[in-house]
Design a protein around this ligand. Structure first.
Ligand SMILES: [Zn+2]
Ligand SMILES: [Zn+2]
Length: 354
């Protein structure tokens, strides 16, 4: 469906105008596209914890006003002349890191370190709008089997967890401990299965999350009842796990993530914290040749596998885990407020067009 050229080229958006204040509704021009860009009619935009941090000023935004939203799926509306892999009407999901494509990192497929990289919905306008303009290279075909809502949310937390498993060189048959069972953990458990993992331990303190992990077939480790490292050691007859993921962002659980590893184990740290972590190099690291690996974002090259895991049903987001709101500043602000203290797996997605 093409835009009516006679119609006023304006669209609705929900924008951050002032840090620390609610998002505001705005009518702004529909972005113009360059030869390497596509214009996407947004079908779904996920509301993420990072968005709450941008609004609150916890993560710094340097240009205002800004349309938030980095978890985006929709249909291609217009295609720049140089974009050959997409046509108008195609279903797509969006990689949120816009990179130059020509620096030393981009050339090696490591675009998260691009010197002039920009994050959609942080450094440039995002998907809390009727349309979004992105480089064609950032738009990935979304199979018909994947609903737009899922296509949007999988491009953030699920992609990052997949990157963590890849960074940890996670292999079929290996055991894994997942520290934290929020949105990241929910994807991590399913993706570990998709890799044909061995035993999965989920470490949590929240009873509802522990029950949910156990329901999904994990071995639930209640960190309130005893030291989780001791519990994992006991459960593995002193062997420890092959891989551990830290998805919480606390120095204490980061240390536990390292300590529960067996020989040659890999700890992938995803959660963010400003605290320091202490490790005894000889007994806790060198002796076992364990590795501590930092994980930041994810890569374009990882999306084909991620999309296939979702298409084939190995990674699922059941309808009860998704809630839909309109492109309405009041509803979006309420969803951002609720994110602050959410303990469930429910994700809220903006659907601009009814
Ligand atoms: Zn996100
Ligand atoms: Zn670059």
């Amino acid at each position: 469906m093409a835009l009516d050229v006679n119609a006023k080229r304006e669209m609705r958006a929900a924008r951050l105008v002032q840090v620390g204040k609610p998002l505001e509704k705005a009518d702004i021009p529909i972005p113009e596209i360059g030869p390497s860009d596509v214009l996407i009619r947004v079908a779904a935009a996920g509301i993420c914890h990072s968005d709450a941090h941008y609004r609150a000023g916890i993560s710094k935004i340097d240009r205002l006003p800004l349309t938030l939203g980095h978890e985006v799926a929709g249909r291609v509306e217009e295609v720049g002349g140089d974009v050959t892999h997409l046509s108008a009407g195609d279903r797509v999901c969006v990689h949120y890191l816009v990179s130059c494509g020509s620096c030393e990192f981009c050339l090696r497929g490591l675009e998260q370190f691009c010197r002039s990289g920009q994050m959609i919905g942080k450094h440039r306008d995002g998907g809390y709008a009727e349309f979004i303009q992105v480089p064609g290279a950032n738009a990935f075909p979304l199979p018909d089997e994947i609903p737009f809502e899922v296509g949007a949310i999988m491009m953030c937390s699920s992609a990052t967890v997949l990157h963590a498993l890849n960074k940890a060189r996670f292999e079929a048959g290996e055991s894994i401990a997942i520290f934290g069972f929020g949105g990241l953990g929910f994807s991590a458990l399913q993706l570990a299965r998709a890799f044909d993992c061995g035993d999965v331990y989920v470490v949590e303190i929240n009873p509802a999350k522990l029950a949910s992990a156990a329901n999904m077939g994990a071995i639930a480790i209640d960190a309130r009842s005893a030291d989780p490292v001791e519990q994992i050691n006991e459960a593995t007859a002193g062997r420890g796990v092959d891989v551990a993921l830290e998805l919480i962002g606390s120095a204490r659980t980061m240390r536990q993530t390292v300590l529960c590893l067996g020989a040659l184990g890999r700890a992938a740290l995803v959660g963010l914290t400003a605290e320091s972590m202490s490790i005894h190099p000889y007994t806790e690291l060198i002796n076992k040749e364990v590795e501590i690996i930092g994980v930041s974002d994810h890569l374009a090259t990882e999306f084909p596998a991620l999309i296939e895991f979702v298409r084939s049903g190995k990674l699922q987001f059941p309808p009860e885990t998704l809630r839909v709101v309109d492109l309405d500043a009041v509803q979006i602000n309420a969803a951002l407020d609720a994110l602050q203290d959410s303990i469930d797996h429910v994700r809220t997605v903006i659907v601009p067009w009814k």
